[in-house]
Design a protein around this ligand. Structure first.
Ligand code: FAD
Ligand code: 2HG
Ligand code: ZN
Length: 476
């Protein structure tokens, strides 16, 4: 097949004319990233409806050396799901593969196609009176395939783990079109390398995830939540220790929120009021959940807060009195990300350090930012219970976004990453590498780690067709 036209015609024969998009007006939404910071282009956007179609598309691309960018909900914050400029790639978006295949309440498994959205997966579990516990702000758009490919985290990792912990089996199409299937719900299977784990967190560089078997959990009957003012991040670490000691696994979420983050989100939402009076410098959103009685859980949360007050760690607290209060608290927390997207000029540092080092990290990193980019708003928040902080300095209100990013992005993120590295942390806790952190990886992975990553890549994708330019820094 010699021409682009013939290649597109062959793609169209596989997926059908409605599912092979080539006009820029139709493809631009797939070639521009969520935050509109990365814009590429594509030979075509294909929307296969089955694993068999994905397999045929991959075999065709393999035969013709055409690159493929796998895409789910396109909510990546790292520019990982869109092609680069002049990439000559196709985008393979899974959104039509959105069927829940089985909900099994004896084995507690959920089997679905990879294009099911996270909220769709959670709703399917809910209908069967079970819980699928992954919880992230983008759940209405992001897809299970994308969650697996990024090993997504979110606000319930403290209790349930991240996506890697929540999966029992996957099906994936390899770059040459072969289908790898471990679509089983076994809790135990020690028959050699756990190959499915290779694809989890691989950011579309090794194969197209087409289906998965996920773990289901009992549905909590009781949920108790509080927004708590703490004196500083050190007090928050102490409070978490106390909560774990007194409430054990019922501690479901423990999210830190800085004053600047709260002010930003309240401004963005317009109709929301801060949960605590007096603009505390630091807040924590704590959630407990249990299969037992609500009254017992409420009492446990109160006990933790009272003990925290006695210790001087808790300064004030607002308790949710109803499920709608719980939801209102979570809305404040989850909309912080979009509040930054709308404001523009946010330097994203999605980092993790040992929990015990969070206070030192926040203090030192904040000092560095105020030296390098004075006047930055300190939008600091995130999954403190997992040692994961979204440390996102934001432009001063009177500095244009582009000017702020051009001047400060590189120096600030480099300084923060260096500090994280010194503290034995990670420069990407949950969002992945994509394009945004690709070249930095070379500074923070050992030569052996990088060599092994490339060896794995070459073993599965010898023609380097999958998600070119993402995650792996150039060799050498
Ligand atoms: P995409 O953005 O489409 O793709 C992400 C990566 O996965 C790309 O490299 C892509 O090539 C690859 N990929 C996608 N689908 C497949 C597939 N089927 N097979 C192989 N590779 C594939 N992330 C968190 O971890 N925690 C959070 O709390 C969180 N909150 C967020 C809140 C908001 C408002 C937003 C916008 C994003 C948030 N994210 C969060 C980031 C993002 O939503 C996650 O990384 C999510 O898992 C991406 O899923 P997606 O379907 O949108 O994937
Ligand atoms: C969150 O926890 C997400 O809200 C997004 O991981 C973080 O926008 C961000 O930096
Ligand atoms: Zn997060």
């Amino acid at each position: 097949m010699s021409t682009r036209v013939e290649f597109i015609a062959a793609l169209t024969r596989i997926v059908g004319p409605q599912a092979c998009l080539t006009e820029v007006a139709d493809t631009v939404g797939y070639t521009t990233d969520y935050r509109k910071l990365y814009r590429g282009d594509a030979l075509a956007v294909v929307l296969p409806a089955s694993t068999e179609e994905v397999s045929q598309v991959m075999a065709l691309c393999h035969a013709h050396g055409v690159r493929v960018v796998p895409q789910g909900g396109n909510t990546s914050l790292m520019g990982g799901a869109v092609p680069e400029q002049d990439s000559g790639a196709i985008v393979l978006n899974l959104r039509r593969m959105n069927r829940v295949l089985a909900v099994d309440t004896v084995n507690d498994t959920l089997t679905l196609q990879a294009g099911v959205t996270l909220s769709g997966a959670r709703a399917a579990a809910d209908e069967a009176k079970r819980l699928f516990p992954l919880r992230i702000g983008s759940e209405g758009s992001c897809q299970i395939g994308g969650n697996l490919a990024t090993n997504a985290g979110g606000t319930a990792v403290l209790r349930y783990g991240n996506m890697r912990d929540l999966v029992l089996g996957i099906e994936a199409v390899l770059p040459d079109g072969r289908i790898y299937s471990s679509l089983r719900g076994l809790r135990k299977d020690n028959t050699g390398y756990d190959l499915k784990q290779l694809f989890i967190g691989s950011e579309g560089t090794l194969g197209i995830i087409t289906a998965a078997v996920l773990k289901l959990y009992p549905q909590p009957r009781a949920v108790a939540a509080a927004f708590v003012a703490v004196s500083d991040p050190g007090a928050a670490v102490q409070l978490l220790g106390l909560a774990k000691q007194l409430a054990g696994p019922q501690v479901t979420a423990f999210e830190l929120v800085s004053a600047d983050a709260m002010a930003l989100v309240c401004d963005y939402l317009g109709d929301a009021r801060p949960p605590l009076a007096g603009q505390p410098a630091w807040m924590v959103l704590m959630e407990f959940s249990a299969t037992g009685e609500q009254a017992a859980l409420d009492a446990q949360l109160t006990q933790v807060l009272e003990a925290g007050m006695e210790q001087g760690w808790v300064q004030d607290a607002a308790l949710a009195a109803s499920l709608s209060d719980v939801q209102a608290f979570w809305r404040l927390r989850e909309e912080i990300s979009d509040a930054q997207t709308r404001t523009g000029g946010s330097i994203k540092c999605d980092v993790s350090v040992p929990l015990s080092d969070i206070p030192a990290f926040i203090e030192q990193a904040s000092q560095q930012v105020q030296t390098l980019a004075p006047g930055s708003r300190m939008v600091i928040y995130g999954h403190m219970g997992d040692g994961n902080v979204h440390f996102n300095p934001l432009r001063p209100a009177d500095t244009p976004a582009r000017e702020y990013l051009d001047q400060h992005y590189s120096t600030v993120s480099h300084a923060v990453d260096q500090l994280v590295h010194r503290l034995n942390g990670s420069i990407s806790a949950e969002h992945g590498i994509g394009v945004a952190k690709r070249d930095d990886l070379r500074l923070y992975k050992s030569e052996v780690e990088l060599a092994l990553m490339w060896q794995v890549k070459r073993a599965l994708d010898p023609k380097a067709l999958l998600n070119p330019g993402k995650m792996l820094p150039a060799e050498g």
